[in-house]
Design a protein around this ligand. Sequence first.
Ligand code: HPA
Ligand code: ZN
Length: 338
Amino acid sequence: MTATAEFIRGLPKAELHLHIEGSLEPEQMFEFGRRNRIDLAFGSVEEVRAAYAFSNLQDFLDIYYQGAGVLRTERDFHDLAMAYFRRVAADGCRHVELFFDPQTHTDRGLPFGVAADGLLAGMAEAKATLGVSSSLVLCFLRHLDEDAAFATLRAAEPWLDRIQGVGLDSSEVGHPPSKFARVFSAARERGLKLVAHAGEEGPPAYVWEALDVLRVDRIDHGNRALEDPALVRRLVADGMTLTVCPLSNLKLCVVDDLKAHPLKRMLDLGLKATLNSDDPAYFGGYLGRNWTETAQALNLPRADLVTLAKNSFTGSFLPPVAVAGHLADIDAYVSSNS
Ligand code: HPA
Ligand code: ZN
């Protein structure tokens, strides 16, 4: 392990952009498929991995929704979450705000609670056994209509005391944030935090809408905000957190080369960027690998790594006292490693 990788591994950090269904490894696809007696379209793990060559977001989403079909029981969701937590705990991750896509599961007949209760059980076990805290963010699928999002919010009602917020994911272009203005407003009235994917493939106008129409607390991705200097000024002035996902951007051809990734430029502009994995089983790496590969490709100085780690906690939805504790841990770690 290089000195930078070693430094990164020990640095306390949080993950704020992780789709738990995107942590389904091909081996688990076969394991869950076998125990749920589901025939897969693939013959082997190698065949599955070979199919993970994407030229855009939709290419990926088609295979990602297909993969999620093996998740049938609370135990599947629990096991999926625990496998993810074990991997990121080893990467030095202390806190996760994880997305799930309830409509992907309710639309194939699973009751809302199968995914929610299975994930919540895994999250409680991760806290108890690995010391990793987490919260759950329910994402609406933006290729579906707003009525379907409202039905999901209603189905979630009995769980809302255990759900931190709502998000917006799936096919971005053609499905602007304003399509979900009313349901985001209803979620805000229920005290939920609000996040939305914007500016991954969609134009800067979608980021403006996420800010001004949805009034989000955080932007997921946000890469294309850099095309609009007034939008950059606005994001900086608001101290808006961006949950940036470099290996995802590479796999989905949002960037051609990690060396050309805008993360360093974002930091230099004063944007509050964080580093995240998005869908680690599909994009070639969990949190640690996103950090190490990006640090190497962009030659990030330690000061930037520390800023990114601090942003991951100050941009989280943790209570101030917990944020302060993590920031103190980062400072202590940095002083003992300088
Ligand atoms: N973008 C949009 N929707 C998603 C993604 C993403 O990166 N990952 C899982 N659903
Ligand atoms: Zn995402």
